[in-house]
Design a protein around this ligand. Sequence first.
Ligand SMILES: [Zn+2]
Length: 323
Amino acid sequence: MARSFGGIDLGGTKIQAVIVDDDHKPLGSARRPTPTEGGPADVASEMEHALRDAAKAADIEPSKLGGVGVGSPGVIAEGNVTSARNLPGWEGSFPLAKKLEAALGCPVALGNDVQVATDAEFSLGAGRLYDSLLGVFWGTGVGGGLILDRRPWTGRGGAGEIGHVVVEMDGARCTCGRRGCMEAYAGRGAMEIYARKLHKDKGRKTDLFKLMKEHERTRLTSGIWARALEKHDKLATEILDRAVKALGAGIASVVNVLDVEGVVIGGGLGVRLGHPFAKRIAEEMQPHLFDDAHPPHVHVAALGDLGGAIGASLLLDPDSPAS
Ligand SMILES: [Zn+2]
């Protein structure tokens, strides 16, 4: 009998769960907001419920699954997640795999959220034509994942931090405490802080915050940025131009070292802004490429918002590079 698998993408704002068949085709999915209060046990409980919702949509019992993979932020080792600092009360270590196995009644495997999303694009999505791939996940921050010679490259555990490639010496302050990181220009969090500063302190006109209120959001989401662009909002356009330039410089610097065949742009902003922006990022990379006659192919993530969860489900597949 064909087996089904579960995947959970644990993000800072949402938990995305999916059930896939043994060809990794989605059979059902569900999404829940990530708790903003409490601690790891509360987050684990919401993850269990998101997976149960997805299983219900797919008409399968969680205990009948071949297993559930989880893409998580933080440091992952031996079924524990440590220092997932964008999640509530998660500074220490938590035995996430054991807790979810007990709750769901099937095996659970953990992987790094950005790496499993890159593995998914490599195996099933926009990167499947290549032997080497750089995944760039452009959202609140900017994460990176690597496939080199058809295998994931995680270094000593800390590889892929493309958001902290320096694009300007002594430049803008980054959430990591350093200066001039790509994320300090291109991360949605940094873009929002910059927009507020220019609007409130410098009196620059923008509809960004009006749109945010109209759509009952508390943050400048990817959708709000996209709408402001459609309305030709000058400040939003200017801040996104700056972000695209930073992405071009940062990604080109990584390509100069690794010479990957393909680059996949995913993440909330990457998926929302889509092909026109992937093309613009490729154009901004060009002046920084050492071997500018052979630029890598730049694509938008083909699996979209479900990529992280589908990638997590690959952790259970013995044929996948992720497992
Ligand atoms: Zn940084």
